[in-house]
Design a protein. Structure first.
Length: 173
């Protein structure tokens, strides 16, 4: 196992731990929140940029990033808040250890997607892991392939996602 694998393993194990602590119900809600936040932030990117333009006149290059981050965080917080309300209602059920174990699996997958998305976006704007660093790794090729696979799969059903990703990429290049 190489250094890059260990560096990637840290957030994945952290995600599994958080998933274990939350349990399956909140992990599912937070996974849905992540997907809705990504799609919503991409879909509302132009609207967000137009809204922020008067406040960031000299920051035109950073405006897409600022807009995406604000939209992403706002949507994520809103959906998670709704999820916590639902969790309090569903706390009457006793799923015990199974809920925690299943939550850790979902947490690991969610963090793997997030790390993969960061790697993919970095690669798209020509900030990538060197071939020397990636050579001989076990975890990197698996994690790096997750986001492109998921986005391609989702793009078959929602074609605007690939278009928005291409638009975002063109903003930085």
């Amino acid at each position: 196992m190489k250094t890059l694998d260990i560096l990637l393993l840290i957030p994945l194990l952290f995600g599994a731990y958080l998933g274990y602590k939350k349990g399956l119900l909140l992990e599912i809600v937070s996974l849905v929140a992540l997907i809705v936040a990504i799609i919503g932030a991409f879909k509302l990117l132009d609207f967000g940029m137009d809204l922020l333009q008067p406040y960031f006149e000299n920051w035109e290059q950073a405006l897409p990033i600022i807009s995406f981050i604000l939209l992403f965080v706002g949507i994520l917080l809103l959906v998670n808040l709704v999820g916590k309300v639902v969790k309090k209602i569903l706390d009457m059920t006793l799923l015990g250890g199974l809920d925690n174990f299943a939550g850790s699996v979902i947490g690991l997958l969610k963090w793997a997607f997030g790390v993969s998305l960061v790697l993919w976006l970095g690669e798209s704007i020509e900030i990538s892991i060197s071939a020397d660093m990636a050579e001989g790794t076990y975890i990197y090729p698996i994690v790096a392939s997750i986001a492109p696979f998921v986005v391609e799969l989702i793009s078959d059903y929602m074609p605007f996602i690939q278009e928005v990703f291409d638009q975002l990429k063109s903003q930085f290049l």
